[in-house]
Design a protein around this ligand. Structure first.
Ligand code: ADP
Ligand code: TPW
Ligand code: MG
Length: 574
């Protein structure tokens, strides 16, 4: 037999992995090369897959996570073993925490050497390390099991509460060859990886009964609702019931932020006053003050603890995680909201006018105050005057995707930049993690082809800044706006001894725009809203990789943005 016929009759691990991914409609890989992944990526590219190669695995992993959130398909990240794997692990853990489906696939050393700790090249027991940080972890040792391995990874990432999955592929596996036909037959196309989960009728009735009896109902939409793509059902439920709603940050745009029923501009009022709160794909974690304390006035013991919760979630164990949930509704959001819509019937009474009117009054007052602040034009720019430019740009291009991280830069952008379409805002999520910026931006550009506007604190940007080369290399329509206030929170900290910079200070007047220029992109410094607007408009219309160094008053921010109260030193003062 010639080598040629032999090759035709056998298939190796490289090709089986690629075919298994393709069979499951996966066409993009986010990665960083090295043995044995280099060859894998070359072959994947030759086989027609889109391979996006990064400068650090954490950003490849973050890109995979964001792609998972945006597409409802698991985002795929490939890394090398040990250090590459560890670099990707933060992204995997973050994806799991945020309920984003992704699969981290790392090459690994051979079991027989790792288990005897004989000191292989980049040796590490990766499977054991990944396990507590993700939803599921698998290892494939034989080429004939690749199909099962990929199928289990895909199903684990997407089913129920989505999350991160680790798949360990030892280097030797890629080179294993098996009979081509048997190999091809061993691949599995996952059928219905995220099955609908229809809520129990009595649970639907319980929720509806509670809502009907409410005097001050409120709906909170979370990023699970954005992920679920039940946009029409949700909008119809909100509009039919007339219940005011609050979007969590990544649920902004599920209904447009200028919707009459949005209570965002009266957030503290509605959280303190609501008597029945329906959570839709949102957890009662720290971002919602755990459902208790003074944020939730009506729920406090002082007020008689009369606040009641309905929780719509796919995870059956989420309810009661922080406070009692009177009406858990377990199922996928599309099915749950459809069932609620069907159960509303014609007799539904809109919420009392004193509730909706009270919210409208507060909204008017707060929005007027906000408009006054935004109209100011201080020199140097502050967060408000710079964000006002981005606010207008997003209004003009509602299809653009906003990526956002930082402290003040995050908190102000979240409230100032309105979103108009679902799944257009990606940010620091459940952990409030810095470093997602460029990875998320690359994924957003690659998976949607839409303009991306990354609103970045100067510190936040630093975590992934080198990926501007990736953005230039793939010529992605990403405009990074660095809010340059010379440091973390502010640029004005001083070291009391005066012998070194304070820990939160950066080099003053840093020329971030030159980083984009270094790789052939457009770099602009903006000292005024006019300059910022001009550069941003050009970036969005040209689609050229752009970095705008927006010079912000270094005194304008506050320590930790809006979460100052979480600082232990602050707690001591209280
Ligand atoms: P946010 O930070 O926006 O408040 P969280 O990440 O805390 O949102 O909550 C998202 C919730 O959405 C999780 O509890 C998750 O189980 C749930 N979820 C995700 N996808 C679905 C879905 N398709 N159907 C129902 N619940 C979902
Ligand atoms: C992985 C802690 C929270 S916010 C922030 C840090 C370092 C940076 C804030 O400065 P920035 O924004 O971006 O310049 P601004 O506008 O207020 O000046 N490491 C990780 N995650 C977090 N959250 C931190 C550290 C942190
Ligand atoms: Mg800063």
């Amino acid at each position: 037999m010639t080598t040629e016929t032999l090759e035709r009759e056998t298939i190796d691990g490289f090709h089986l992995v690629i075919d298994a991914l393709k069979l499951n409609d996966i066409d993009t890989i986010f990665a960083l090369p090295g043995i044995p992944i280099t060859d894998f990526l070359r072959i994947a590219q030759a086989e027609g897959m889109k391979v996006i190669s990064f400068r650090h695995e954490q950003h490849a992993g973050n890109a995979a996570a964001a792609a998972g959130f945006l597409t409802q398909k698991p985002g795929i990240c490939f890394t090398v073993s040990a250090p590459g794997f560890l670099n990707g692990l933060t992204a995997l853990a973050n994806a799991t925490t945020n309920c984003f489906p992704m699969i981290l696939i790392s090459g690994s050393s051979e079991r027989e050497i790792v288990d005897l700790q004989q000191g292989d090249y980049e040796e590490m027991d990766q499977l054991a390390i990944a396990k507590p940080l993700c939803k599921a972890a698998f290892r494939v040792l034989h080429a004939e099991d690749i199909g099962v391995g990929i199928a289990r990874a895909v199903r684990s990432a997407l089913s129920g509460r989505p999350g991160g999955v680790y798949l360990d592929l030892p280097a030797k596996l890629f080179a294993q060859s098996i009979d081509r036909e048997a190999g091809q037959n061993s691949l599995i196309k996952v059928v219905d990886p995220a099955p609908r989960q229809i809520p129990a009728p009595d649970a639907v009735e319980r929720a509806l009964a509670l809502l009907k009896g409410a005097k001050k109902p409120l709906v909170i939409l979370g990023k699970g609702a954005a992920y679920a793509r039940a946009d029409d059902e949700i909008r119809s439920f909100i509009e039919k019931t007339g219940i005011p709603y609050l979007p969590m940050s990544m649920a902004k745009g599920l209904l447009p932020d200028n919707h009459g029923q949005s209570a965002s501009a009266a957030r503290s009022y509605v959280l303190a006053e609501a008597d029945v709160v329906m959570l839709v794909g949102a957890r009662l974690n720290w971002l919602l003050s755990h459902g208790k304390g003074k944020t939730w006035g009506a729920g406090s013991a002082k007020e008689g603890g009369n606040q009641q919760f309905i929780q719509v979630d796919i995870s059956p164990t989420e309810a009661d995680s922080n406070v009692a949930i009177a009406a858990p509704l377990v199922g996928d959001i599309g099915s749950c909201i459809a069932a609620l819509n069907a159960g509303l019937g014609n007799g539904w009474q809109k919420p009392p006018a004193d509730w909706t009117g009270g919210i409208a009054d507060r909204k008017d007052k707060n929005l007027t105050k906000m408009a006054e602040t935004l109209a100011k034009n201080p020199s140097p720019m502050n967060f408000h005057s710079a964000l006002n430019v981005i606010r207008e740009a997003v209004k003009a291009r509602p299809d653009a995707i906003v990526v956002n991280e930082g402290a003040n830069t995050l908190d102000f952008a979240r409230s100032i930049v309105d979103m108009y379409e679902p799944r257009k805002r990606l940010d620091v999520g459940t952990w409030g993690i810095m470093g997602i910026g460029m990875g998320f931006a690359v994924a957003a550009a690659v998976t949607t082809g839409k303009p991306v506007i990354a609103i970045e604190g100067d510190s936040a940007f630093g975590f992934s800044g080198m990926e501007v080369e990736t953005i230039c290399r793939y010529n992605l329509p990403v405009c990074v706006i660095v809010f340059n206030n010379n440091g973390i929170y502010k640029g004005t900290d001083v070291n009391p001894l005066g012998d070194a910079m304070a820990p939160t200070q950066f080099v003053k007047e840093a020329r971030y725009e030159m980083m984009m220029q270094a790789f052939g992109g457009v770099g602009v410094r903006a000292d005024t809203p006019e300059q910022l607007k001009k550069a941003l408009d050009e970036a969005v219309s040209s689609g050229k990789p752009t970095l705008i160094n927006a010079i912000i008053d270094e005194t304008a921010g506050t320590e930790s943005g809006r979460i100052t109260s979480l600082n232990p030193a602050m707690a001591k003062k209280k």
